[in-house]
Design a protein. Structure first.
Length: 497
């Protein structure tokens, strides 16, 4: 038996290993693969070697046929789930239907708002880390506009046409799902403020699988030379285009691609040796377990991004509870209102303390400092409002009204900026509205709306939603501007016309 035949036999032996410098080495003897006289496992059965070679050729031909079928598919096969393409049409329809439903509900066709993306399942780290793990999956089917959807579905179809017939429907579906999940988990680990949407991470995972399989004996060298360069160029283009766009979540793209490569090698044995079902299942199970374990480690880690998101979530939960201080009625006893305001102060102090904890985290981007400062100023204003309302009720005086109005206007400015509203999942109770309730018994103060005095009217008669600002004028200042009818003072109101 010549050297070539020996190597062919030894390459299939369960005792063989490969050394970069020495080539194929027998783990039993520690020698090169030319040792039939001393190897206890070497049968020298040429027929056995030839049978293995025939099986290998047969499997190559089968894989070539599958690749060829991907090149010459029928459009109808992509529209109706079938034997060749099952998950390809299902995933295509899922992405399109969810986008159409989102637009039908009022989202912008070309650029949906952040609120819409979060509402429809976008991977919003603040919510995902703190229990809404389902967003790791739903984000794969939410897109940031019609162009985003079209680009992703085009890239998806290119790879799906070639890949699903080659690896089978179940492997294809699992690869799409877990590549996308791994991409979103990595984004949570490394990114702070990006809202993740789109199927790009999952799609690049499919490209990673195809590239990994093309580098193996799954396909012939001829086909490999044709397909591999184009796949690499297209994959690099998708990653590079993401790097040039600050809004694109590149960590999800790259992680999805790497996950796909890992899954590709996990699928390899099942493709070349489909009869070894238990071994194939173990490989796939290991890959899936690795993704799940990765997610568990990230979500329970002490990394700067994860700590930031958890503390920020705590801030907004305290914010929701703090605004409950303003949820009272004019008929409530003073003791009830005072208790709510006192409790509200406690939650606003918690918010302020949380902002200091966030600033102590090392490794956060510098641009977050301004955001944290604004959150602290907002919370401080709310705490001052609660304290002044308490004092107003206890003293039955209007001397605190000016401060309440000034700080309520500041809170309104923060609310109009939008960065607080994103996180309120419950009804938000306005300090201005609560202030109007407290004033319902003060009938002698003049109300001036858009420079028009309205004697006999009260602030609680106005629609709080239409009020832009309120300024309280003391008795002397009000009387100088509006005469004797303002001898008790005046509330100067500006509304949105």
């Amino acid at each position: 038996m010549d050297r070539k035949e020996q190597l062919r036999f030894c390459s299939r032996c369960k005792h063989q290993a490969f050394d970069k410098k020495r080539g194929i080495i027998c783990s039993l003897t520690g020698e090169h693969a030319d040792f039939e006289e001393i190897c206890p496992s070497f049968s020298g059965n040429v027929e056995e070697v030839e049978a293995e070679k025939a099986n290998e050729i047969k499997q190559h031909e089968k894989n070539e046929d599958l690749i060829e079928s991907g090149r010459h598919f029928k459009i109808s096969e992509l529209l109706i789930p079938g034997k060749t393409y099952f998950f390809t049409p299902l995933l295509l329809y899922a992405n399109i239907i969810i986008f159409v439903a989102m637009v039908a509900s009022g989202a912008n066709l070309f650029s949906p708002s952040i609120h819409d993306l979060i509402k429809w399942g976008g991977e919003y780290k603040l919510l995902t880390i703190n229990g809404q793990y389902w967003r790791l999956v739903t984000a794969l089917f939410v897109h940031g506009g019609i162009i985003h959807l079209f680009a992703n579905m085009y890239a998806f179809l290119i790879i799906a046409i070639l890949l699903e017939p080659l690896i089978g429907k179940f492997r294809f579906g699992l690869a799409y799902l877990f590549s996308g999940i791994a991409g979103n988990i990595t984004s949570i680990w490394l990114n702070v403020a990006v809202i993740g949407v789109g199927a790009s991470g999952a799609i690049l995972g499919l490209y990673g699988i195809y590239i990994s399989l093309v580098t193996t004996s799954t396909v012939s060298k001829k086909t490999r030379l044709i397909i591999l360069p184009s796949m690499l160029v297209y994959t690099l283009y998708m990653i590079a285009s993401g790097l040039m766009n600050a809004k694109v979540d590149n960590t999800a793209h790259f992680s999805g691609f790497i996950t796909g490569i890992i899954f590709g090698y996990a699928f390899y044995s099942g493709i070349v040796s489909p009869e070894e079902k238990s071994k194939n299942r173990i490989h796939v199970l290991i890959a899936i377990t690795a993704v799940i374990l990765f997610g568990y480690i990230v979500f329970n880690s002490n990394s700067p991004n994860v700590r930031y998101q958890k503390l920020l979530f705590s801030f907004y939960k305290n914010n929701e509870k703090g605004t409950e201080a303003y949820n009272f009625n004019e008929t409530d006893p003073d003791e009830v209102i005072l208790h709510k305001l006192k409790t509200g102060e406690k939650y606003w102090r918690n918010c302020i303390n949380t902002t200091f904890q966030i600033e102590m985290i090392n490794g956060l981007p510098g641009e977050l400092k301004n955001t944290i400062s604004e959150l602290r100023a907002y919370s401080n204003n709310q705490q001052i409002i609660c304290g002044n309302m308490e004092r107003k009720i206890k003293t039955h005086s209007n001397r605190y009204d000016t401060d309440i109005v000034v700080y309520s206007n500041k809170v309104d400015e923060y609310l109009k900026s939008g960065f607080i509203k994103i996180f309120n999942t419950k009804k938000f109770y306005s300090p201005k509205q609560a202030f109007l309730k407290l004033l319902s018994i003060q009938n002698n103060i003049l109300v001036v709306v858009d420079d028009t005095p309205l004697p006999g009217r009260h602030l609680n008669d106005l629609d709080p939603g239409s009020i832009d600002s309120i300024l309280f004028l003391s008795c002397d200042a009000a009387e100088k501007l509006y005469g004797p009818m303002a001898s008790w003072g005046a509330y100067v109101v500006k509304t949105s016309k």
